[in-house]
Design a protein around this ligand. Structure first.
Ligand SMILES: Cc1ncc(COP(=O)(O)O)c(C=O)c1O
Length: 332
């Protein structure tokens, strides 16, 4: 045991690894989940050791947030329909079947959140997975399973001072090797390698380049840079996840701020000279980047656009902006 411990690497956490975001009062074992077609307790929902997805990463998932509005005593599930539509797309790329339509999945999730009586910001994790308990790497002739898990959840990253990032030494997976547009469990090893490299270097997040050297995205976020009032982001054909927060920000930018959005390849050094760089995603929400590869971005503090977008996004997801209310499904 002592010899084993001696071999453990000492990992200095990056700035993002603060206190756990899970509420201390949350009892995971007693939480309600949707499993095997019904609502059950987490502790009564077990998977076998040989579950195919655990060994081969043969699963796809979503990350959805619900936001608590204290004034209205209401929990809003944000853009769940779009998340479940993307889950269906991911499943179809893997030739997997989801037994419920996106609309039915929204309803199932609302019922689940209600049953759990969540009264705080919440994270929802649906997973479609190969459930057969057998050896042999493939996608065909295996059973598909499905569950939804949810828990209270706060900040994914410490965004208070902006993020310090590095360009990762790991390259982004390529569409013809493992599609980035699908949220496939196995491909998240690519994100995990990049994220841990950044954290072990004392940083908050990694920015990952594609095989051609252009910027793709963060380990679990889409990336924008702002130059002279134009929002610039890689195209969906640049091996990125087609992010729902990305689509939300692009709509904001053009419709509400009346400013131009451009989707095009981004060079690494454009990051260094951008007025602002933003990472966005369901987990990271709107995160200003203040440093990349030891170079300050936009003066080394969150810029005015990042602040404005963050403020608007915060109101939008809590159902405070009438125009976007339809994206926020009330749970109670
Ligand atoms: C690799 C990757 N890119 C981008 C995103 C952002 O996507 P979304 O805004 O839909 O959460 C995520 C979110 O999980 C992600 O994992």
């Amino acid at each position: 045991m002592a010899a084993y411990q001696a071999r453990q690497m000492v990992i200095e956490p990056g700035g993002s690894l603060g206190p756990p975001p899970v509420s201390p009062t949350f009892d995971q074992e007693q939480a309600w989940v949707f499993f095997a077609g019904e609502q059950r307790r987490y502790c009564d929902s077990r998977l076998g050791l040989m579950t195919h997805a655990l060994h081969y990463g043969t699963a796809c998932f979503e990350g959805i947030r619900a936001y608590w509005n204290e004034g209205r005593e209401q929990l809003y599930l944000f853009r769940a329909l779009e998340h479940f539509q993307r889950l269906h797309q991911s499943a179809s790329i893997l030739t997997m079947k989801v037994d419920y339509s996106p609309e039915e999945l929204v309803e199932i999730t609302i019922q689940l959140l209600r049953r759990n009586q969540f009264r705080s910001d919440t994270y929802v994790r649906p997973l479609v997975y190969k459930s057969s308990e057998e050896i042999g790497v493939r996608l065909h002739s295996l059973a598909d399973g499905f569950f939804i898990y949810a828990q209270p959840y706060g900040e994914y990253l410490d965004r208070s001072k902006g993020l310090r990032c590095m360009v990762s030494s790991w390259r982004r997976i390529d569409d013809n090797a493992a599609p980035a547009r699908a949220k496939i469990s196995g491909t998240y090893i690519n994100s995990a390698l990049a994220k841990s490299e950044a954290a072990q270097n004392g940083l908050d997040e990694a920015i990952v380049l594609g095989q051609d050297g252009h910027v793709c995205e963060g380990s679990a976020e889409n990336l924008f840079l702002i130059r002279k009032g134009t929002l610039i982001t890689p195209a969906v054909s640049d091996n990125i996840l087609e992010g729902i927060t990305r689509a939300t920000l692009m709509q904001f930018w053009s419709e509400d701020l009346g400013l131009p959005v451009v989707e095009r390849p981004i060079d690494r050094t454009e990051l260094y000279v951008a007025d602002e760089v933003i990472l966005c995603g369901t987990g990271a929400q709107i995160s200003a980047v203040v440093e990349i590869d030891h170079r300050p971005i936009g003066g080394g503090k969150p810029g005015p656009f990042a602040k404005q977008l963050d403020e608007m996004y915060g109101r939008l997801v809590r159902g405070e902006i009438e125009k976007y209310r339809e994206w926020c499904a009330p749970v109670y």
